[in-house]
Design a protein around this ligand. Sequence first.
Ligand code: ATP
Ligand code: ZN
Ligand code: MG
Length: 511
Amino acid sequence: MSDRDSNGDKDIQFQLKAVLRCSSSLDAVSASEFEEFLRDCSREGGILRRGAPPGGGAELLRWGISGSDLSLELRSDRFVRAHDALIRLKKELGRFLARYRIGIRGVEIESYKIAMDWEWSPRLRLKRLPFVREQKQDEGRLTLYLDVDYAALERRIPDRLLRLLDEKRSAASWRGKSEHWELLFESGKKRFLFDKDPTEEMLKRNWISHAAGRGQWIYGPQLTRLFRTFEHILIEEVLKPLGYVEMIFPKLVPWEVWKRSGHAKGIYPEVYYVCAPKTRDPEYWEEVMDYYKVTNEVPLDMIMERIEPVGGLCYAQCPPFWIFLMGKTLPDSILPIRVFDRSGTSHRYESGGLHGIERLDEFHRVEIVWIGTRSEVISHANELRERYRRIFDEILDIEWREAWVTPWFMAQEGKLGLAELKEVGTVDFEAVLPYSGKWLEFQNVSVNGDKYPKGFSVKLQSGKELWSGCSGVGLERWAAVLLAQKGLEPENWSEKLRQLTGELPEVFRFL
Ligand code: ATP
Ligand code: ZN
Ligand code: MG
């Protein structure tokens, strides 16, 4: 959605008071010359109206001179927003005053008010918005009193604020609707051989144990063998035949990456933050060490003062990979690019949603990334899905379904059109857990369009559109699904799977 589109059909009014501070007294310019200049700016087709339909644009309500200050009051519609008008006017005025050897030293914003139509909805409770001193909501109107300086206007803060309001509005109408989930495929029925919660059963058999952290497990030899077998299957059945090669993606993700991937817009409630010490000087940390030594307690407050958040732990796995390609131009002949990563853990703060090995704060995932032209990327997603299906049907021998889910960012970025075409978006693979009757997403296949190449400035030599896709295979989720449907006895697993796992290692016994 471009800045221009927001509030397209809504009535909106901008009212801006500013003072332009000049380098010397404006008395040198005669009142009539000033008037003529400003009249010229305000006429149809003048800089205050350029680009607006007849009668539209910005208008100068008042102006006045006092010494070296020129004060202005502008009012506008959505066609030439008042801050755009001010920016244009400052430029033009700079040229005009140059003739009198007068410069513009600075611009002070006295007030900026934006009022628009606003339907109240119980789903849309507005929090205090950034750069807004006061906001009033009554009788179908929302009025924002902005707290901005001229630099903020140049940074297009008001445009971004309006876009943010649009996003909030569409988020409110999106929530609670079910259209974003659509069944695409259902596997054949399979016989379920287990009806218990596999996590409970694994705990009983000491296959796993709670780790010290929340949503974190220590996986014993048996389940680890199963995870490694899943990776082996994935590599042999999908990745090798499709020409994938392995890479190692970073697992500590600096803000820079999430700013470019778009995650910085909303990741905050779910991310595990990473902090660096403000200095590694032991003296700076001495009080912390001393406190611990005399209390045996880690002094969190004292630590908080001495650290700085630098980013977070791996959340979606592929974003930090893109730094590898950032700012590069690729020869068309190297496409398609197909790489995968299985080099570390992913972390999410799942809060109350934690459950068994199904929903964790620390989990293991293989992330698959493919890059190519638009049609390559779309057709490759289908090839992947075909290969995955063979694994689930023949090797894991499970019952599953595939659903089209429109990711929220598509709606936010006004790309619902693309999602409706089913070109950009996500297919979730879900399986039923017999013990609870609930469906669990165990992996996804996403076509991300040009989101990542754009965000990380990666181009093709030919100038053709570069697209990408990714697929996250959750090892705990594959295990949760297999074990919930088939149980923990390898004799109930498919012949092929049993062959690949071999005999499960038994190492520990407890008294
Ligand atoms: P859910 O809706 O179950 O929270 P998600 O939509 O957040 O899943 P994605 O962001 O699509 O998941 O992540 C891709 C894959 O990563 C999932 O299909 C799953 O295999 C795995 N995954 C995501 N979150 C977790 C978690 N908390 N615990 C274990 N695996 C996870
Ligand atoms: Zn990804
Ligand atoms: Mg989730």
